[in-house]
Design a protein around this ligand. Structure first.
Ligand SMILES: *Cc1c(COP(=O)(O)O)cnc(C)c1O
Length: 409
């Protein structure tokens, strides 16, 4: 990998300073990259009623939520706890979309109490909702059955997916909506993650437009997310400019035939924050075995599980020795089971004590961290206007026992 590209984006001195000041392992985010991504997506569409709702499950640090709110973003949430974090961060209830899957009706009742917008993706829940909250408007998550996304673990639109109400069930959906007198204010789709081809969104859109013509009171159509970001410095990512051009044109046509202008929504997670983050770790040991040179670091799948969970790729850079000769390493964590971050990685020669950076660490990284092996979750630092701010403390021993209840045995 060309580390020059990395160091253009991530100031080496700053990263070393952050590692020294806050210790490792530490997640580091850059607010200006989040802002650039937000504006890049926004300006790809020539449509006044474009709304971007940040899918906050990617990264819910309260400062990141506030920052995105200030940029003008709304919020897409998948749990009532995310809804509460959004409210705490100052989002208005109408700017929070709650899109749960397989949650109990009680949790949806709470979302009604909090006054946020709700997307329902299940006929049974829709019936219960209609009976309990006849006047509360809802969005419906439609499954357009489009095969999209990186791999089977992250695609959600296919026929066997648990997400959404199949568009084949439209007659049943209509019957339930009409019988309960439900006000459908929005339609929603989200077909997976790592979708490279903008045609996927356009194909999905056609299906949603057909469904939309059956509902007269729509305020919005939400085309979800799944934008692919570049993981290999190869620039292979969803062409959002192309998508923006084509979708704007098609959406305006749709609005004409529909008879009114409605909101066009997207809810990106990864696209907004993935590239805005790096994860810094320190090398504990170099271990040469018969066939492999391991670089063992002071972190593991407890802090960054994506490689082990679904074969995600994170580029790794040796921040300490940018001019060293390239050698091949397998980078592993300290967790006591197979815990591999990257195999056969070409890194500038690594010594014990060096700082390595994992890229694309803004989305789904800290959020999936755990206390496995009774380790502490790492700290988070935000770089904003050139200053570094601690935005989450590293855990400590008391955090490990805080909720444990000792009994007399
Ligand atoms: C996870 C999720 C997103 C965000 O997906 P990305 O691939 O991170 O952009 C958007 N909408 C819903 C409903 C989701 O569950």
């Amino acid at each position: 990998m060309d580390t020059a590209i990395f160091f253009e984006k991530w100031d080496r001195e700053l990263l070393l300073k952050v590692a020294a000041k806050y210790d490792c392992p530490v997640y580091v985010y850059r607010s200006d990259i989040i802002s650039d991504q937000y504006h890049r997506l926004k300006s790809s569409f020539d449509y006044d009623r474009l709304k971007i709702n940040y899918a906050c499950k990617a990264l819910t640090n309260i400062n990141i939520l506030r920052y995105l709110r200030e940029l003008g973003s709304g919020l897409d949430t998948v749990s009532i706890q995310e809804v509460r974090l959004g409210l705490l961060a100052g989002f208005a209830p109408k700017d929070i979309l709650y899109t749960p899957n397989c949650v109990a009706i009680d949790e949806i009742d709470k979302a009604v109490e909090l006054g946020v917008r709700i997307n329902i993706d299940n006929i049974s829940i829709l019936e219960q909702f209609g009976a309990k909250h006849p006047h509360y408007p809802v969005g419906i998550r439609i499954n357009p059955h489009i095969l999209a996304g990186g791999n089977s673990k992250i695609s959600t639109g296919h026929i066997d997916s648990k997400f959404g109400i199949s568009f084949h069930q439209l007659p049943l959906l209509k019957r339930v909506v009409d019988t309960f007198g439900i006000k459908v204010e929005g339609l929603h789709m989200h077909t997976g993650s790592d979708i490279l081809d903008s045609e996927v969104f356009l194909q999905g859109a056609e299906i949603i437009f057909n469904v939309a013509n059956e509902f007269r009171d729509l305020d919005y159509i939400d085309f979800g997310s799944g934008f692919k970001v570049s993981y290999y410095h190869d620039g292979i990512e969803t062409d959002v400019e192309d998508l923006g051009l084509k979708m704007t044109k098609r959406f305006k046509e749709f609005c004409k035939t529909y008879g009114k202008e409605i909101d066009l929504m997207f809810e990106p997670g990864k696209f907004l924050v993935s590239e805005a983050g790096v994860f810094l770790v320190r090398v504990n040991v170099i271990k040469q075995t018969t066939s492999t040179v391991f670089a063992g670091v002071d972190s593991g799948l407890n802090h960054l599980i994506r490689p082990m969970l679904y074969d995600a790729h994170h580029e790794i850079v040796n921040v300490s020795n940018p001019d060293g000769r390239y050698r091949i390493y397998t980078v592993v964590g300290y967790i006591c089971e197979t815990d591999t971050f990257g195999v056969n990685r070409k890194l500038h020669e690594v010594s014990e004590g060096d700082i390595l950076a994992f890229q694309n660490a803004g989305a789904y990284c800290y959020m999936m961290s755990s206390n496995y092996n009774s380790r502490y979750r790492p700290a988070e630092v935000l770089i904003h206007n050139g200053e570094d701010y601690l935005i989450r403390k590293r855990e400590e021993f008391s955090d490990l026992i805080r909720n444990q209840v000792e009994i007399n045995l």
